[in-house]
Every structure is written in structure tokens, then in C-alpha cells.
Design a binder for this molecule. Structure first.
Ligand SMILES: *[C@@H]1O[C@H](CO)[C@@H](O)[C@H](O)[C@H]1NC(C)=O
Ligand SMILES: *[C@@H]1O[C@H](CO)[C@@H](O)[C@H](O)[C@H]1NC(C)=O
Ligand SMILES: *[C@@H]1O[C@H](CO)[C@@H](O)[C@H](O)[C@H]1NC(C)=O
Length: 191
């Protein structure tokens, strides 16, 4: 019974189509939930001349388990040993770019990653630690279900859960220039 229900849910989720491009906030939620990773840009804390310069690095993300509705919140699993996390300790302002280029969608449609039709979203905000509790439990389920290898990452690295507290959302999902949605519109949207 349960494997059947689960199979159906996954089957349905697999067929979910991108929302219409004019539903910009819904598209942003769709891209966020479809993404397993993104590029996080920080301001470098390395030695000059790099210090203060933009520095984009890849991070695994999850806003919720595959097949769920998703929270819209990009969660990450970080360690202070990581170079970008050292940037964040000096300045936690960051931007995170997520793109459907990482899914089969753009390839199937023949959309180049730089095409606005290959929907992508740029979030900016502040990267915050998620304190132990229900939200950290959710972050763990969200991340470890999509990234099972995380469970084996070396415990002595003192991994912690973090999220981007989103303050701005930019969306490229169609021609005519970039669009913005407020965090309220983004979190209220049904993906
Ligand atoms: C982070 O960005 C905000 C604006 O969103 C700004 O007020 C603040 O000074 C920035 N923080 C740092 C450490 O630069
Ligand atoms: C939070 O949880 C982690 C792992 O579950 C544990 O190692 C850590 O000590 C906890 N921190 C606090 C402040 O309770
Ligand atoms: C996110 O940041 C805003 C201000 O930029 C702050 O008011 C809010 O408490 C933060 N939210 C969380 C969940 O930390």
C-alpha cells in the first residue's frame, strides 16, 4: 500500500510542470524546490587583493524533501572550515542563484542556461545558523533526503544547519527583463 502511494506521489511530482511565467512568485518557488544545489556568492574574507571581492561557490541546498510542497527556504549544511563560510563569518550578506539548468527541463526544451526561458532565481539576504529545534530537524530531513552523503561527512568538521534569510528575490523566467517579487509574495505562493 505505502510503496504504491509513494510511487504515485513521486510519479505525479515527476510530471509537475513549471507554473506560467506570469506567476512569478510561483515560478520562483518552483525553481527553489527543483534545485538540489546553487551558487552562493559571498564577499571574500581572504587576504588582499581578494578581500572584499565577490566569490561564488557551489553549495548543496534543499527547501524540503522531493515530493513535498517545499518551504521556499534554502537550507544548507555548513562548516566553519569552508572558505565561503569564513566569508560569511565576516559578512553574512550573500546571494544564492538557483537554476532549472540543473534539472532535465531546460535540456528537454532546448533552452540555454543563460536564456531567461531556462528559469533562474537570484535570492539575496543573510545566511543564518538554524538553532537546534524543530526547524533544524526540518532542515536535516530536507537536506539529508536529497543529499544522503551528508550523513557521512566527517563529524569533526562541526557541521551545522543554515539558511538564507531571503530579503530580495529576482526572477528570470521570460523575455522582457528581470522581475522581482517580495519575500511575502514568494512565501505565500503555492508552487
Ligand atoms: C548587509 O546588507 C544590508 C542591506 O541589506 C546592509 O544594511 C548591511 O550593512 C550589510 N552588512 C554588512 C556587514 O555589510
Ligand atoms: C545541537 O545539536 C547537535 C547535533 O544534534 C549537537 O552536537 C549540539 O551540541 C547541539 N547544540 C546545542 C546548543 O544544543
Ligand atoms: C530575517 O531577517 C529579517 C531582517 O532582515 C529579520 O527581521 C528576521 O527576523 C529574520 N528572520 C529569521 C527567521 O531569522
Amino acid at each position: 500500500m505505502w510503496p504504491l502511494v509513494f510511487g504515485l506521489l513521486v510519479g505525479v511530482a515527476g510530471r509537475v510542470e513549471i507554473p506560467p511565467h506570469e506567476d512569478v512568485a510561483r515560478v520562483a518557488r518552483f525553481v527553489a524546490h527543483s534545485s538540489d544545489w546553487g551558487a552562493l556568492a559571498t564577499l571574500s574574507a581572504q587576504e588582499p587583493p581578494m578581500r572584499g571581492q565577490p566569490f561564488a561557490n557551489v553549495f548543496s541546498v534543499s527547501d524540503g524533501p522531493v515530493g513535498s510542497r517545499g518551504s521556499g527556504v534554502p537550507y544548507m549544511y555548513l562548516t566553519a572550515l569552508e572558505i565561503s563560510v569564513q566569508d560569511l563569518q565576516m559578512n553574512a550578506n550573500a546571494s544564492l542563484t538557483l537554476s532549472l539548468a540543473q534539472t532535465s527541463y531546460c535540456k528537454k526544451k532546448g533552452y540555454d542556461p543563460q536564456s531567461p526561458l531556462c528559469a533562474h532565481v537570484i535570492f539575496s539576504g543573510v545566511v543564518e545558523k538554524v538553532p537546534n529545534g524543530t526547524e533544524a530537524d526540518f532542515a536535516k530531513t530536507a537536506l539529508f533526503s536529497r543529499h544522503p552523503e551528508m550523513a557521512t561527512w566527517p563529524p569533526d568538521h562541526n557541521w551545522f544547519f543554515a539558511k538564507l534569510n531571503i530579503t530580495n528575490v529576482w526572477v528570470l523566467d521570460y523575455f522582457g527583463g528581470i522581475k522581482t517579487v517580495t519575500p511575502e509574495e514568494y512565501f505565500n505562493a503555492v508552487p
